[in-house]
Design a protein around this ligand. Structure first.
Ligand SMILES: [Zn+2]
Length: 423
């Protein structure tokens, strides 16, 4: 099997691996055995991916309750490494790996690099965090697996990042999109663009829109790829877009993807947006059976023109838990990304501030723009943005224009929504 080609009969392989995976989870883990018993089923009753819908979901809250090792499907002495999630939305979730799990993770990550055209001769600067976080070490292992040179800098330290980028002639930058933007703006400020050899960026760990992607590409002179992954499923490296950038190819020989309605749990109609539910096909230490990720996307059933046989889902449109209700209207940060990416004179950076005054929700949208704000130029633009927002979302915000660079940049994930209403 070459890096980019799954076996000819993917469906047969999924069947065979699913039977192994469910039996493994059931036999190895009291946690998963209880899930089967809850609905009176045994692994042999699930004969195909379509039968999975008969099993209950697994949630992040359940995994947290199993802290720290209660969800293992192998004896603890077979676990050779642990990681933990960054804990942005609650208590840490611990992830554990057998030696085979680490090997599989590296092989999958190598596919991501290969799909982005990264290989021998490339110099890959790794800025995601090392340590408990899954990112740094896996970006490094994947880079080494495809024969590239890994430059393991880790997060932060902009001066060192730019120094190495110039001196080592880094060709591939890996980062959160927030940090890539921060570095890109520093490159512009220090006038370093001509000294860079960057050609590929691999960015992930947060949702980022097309406006941000275009800005990063321009500032750094590279083509950026959107990588998918989560700690509960190995980590990053579970899928990536190809050079056509028409959705994320994911590794369907290692995990199954279902899309469900986050409210009802029922499968969504073909082409509709739903929450990604994952079932692992190969994981030993920590299998997932119908795990609810909260990530929202839609499946792209047509074959990709790039020729890759791996299926695709769209870039993430958000998380099912990041919907905000303002005056009874549901609002998603991704809607703001889409809206801003269609407008001129604005950057990708914004903040939404929701306050309550006199029992009424007030929504403020802060946007960076490149107009001279000391003149009257901003007025019509602010008015235009408010109108577009109303047409797109159904709410009229107060629009505040700021110069480009005025909003904070982050080295990890940028916070853009500030809900200041009293609970
Ligand atoms: Zn493709």
């Amino acid at each position: 099997m070459t890096a980019l080609h799954p076996p000819a009969d993917l469906a047969a392989l999924q069947h065979e691996r699913l039977a192994w995976a469910l039996a493994h989870a059931y036999e190895g883990s009291p946690f998963f055995r209880a899930k089967f018993e809850q609905v009176g089923l045994r692994p042999a009753d699930i004969r195909s991916p379509a039968d999975l819908a008969q099993l209950p979901f697994t949630t992040k809250a359940e995994l947290r309750e199993a802290y720290p090792l209660g969800w293992a499907a192998v004896p603890a002495e077979r676990i050779v490494r642990v990681h933990a999630s960054s804990g942005t939305t609650g208590k840490r979730t611990v992830a554990y790996y057998t030696a085979q799990d680490l090997e599989d993770w590296t092989a999958l990550f190598a596919r991501c690099y290969a799909l982005a055209g990264v290989g021998p001769g490339d110099r890959v600067q790794i800025t995601p965090g090392y340590g408990l976080w899954t990112a740094g070490i896996s970006f490094q292992a994947g880079a080494e697996r495809v024969g590239a040179m890994a430059v393991p800098v880790g997060p932060g330290n902009v001066d060192l990042q730019l120094e190495l980028m110039v001196d080592l002639q880094t060709t591939v930058l890996t980062a959160t999109s927030s940090f890539a933007l921060l570095l890109g703006e520093e490159v512009a400020r220090r006038n370093l663009r001509d000294q860079l050899a960057l050609r590929v960026g691999i960015f992930g760990s947060e949702r980022w829109g097309e406006a941000m992607r275009a800005r990063i590409n321009t500032l750094l002179g590279l083509d950026s790829y959107d990588i998918y992954g989560l700690t509960e499923l190995y980590g990053p490296g579970m899928g990536i877009d190809c050079h056509l950038h028409q959705g994320i190819h994911y590794w369907a020989d290692y995990f199954l993807v279902e899309l469900i309605d986050p409210d009802t749990g029922a499968p969504v109609a073909p082409g509709a947006t739903g929450e990604i539910v994952l079932t692992t096909l190969r994981k030993e230490a920590m299998p997932l059976v119908r795990y609810r990720t909260r990530d929202l996307t839609r499946l792209l059933p047509e074959p990709c023109p790039c020729g890759s046989p791996f299926p695709r889902f769209d870039r993430l449109s958000g998380r099912s838990d990041d919907m905000i209700k303002v005056r009874g209207v549901a609002l998603w940060p991704s809607q703001v990304d889409t809206l801003l990416s269609a407008l001129e004179h604005v950057s990708s950076e914004y903040q939404l501030v929701i306050e309550r005054h006199g029992g009424r929700d007030e929504l403020t949208l802060r946007v960076e723009c490149d107009l001279d704000l000391d003149t009257m130029a901003g007025g019509p633009l602010a008015e235009h943005i408010a109108q577009r927002f109303r047409a797109h979302v159904g709410l009229t915000p107060r629009v505040e224009l700021l110069p480009v660079g005025a909003l904070p940049r982050s080295e990890r994930k940028t916070r853009r929504v500030f809900d200041l209403r009293e609970e």
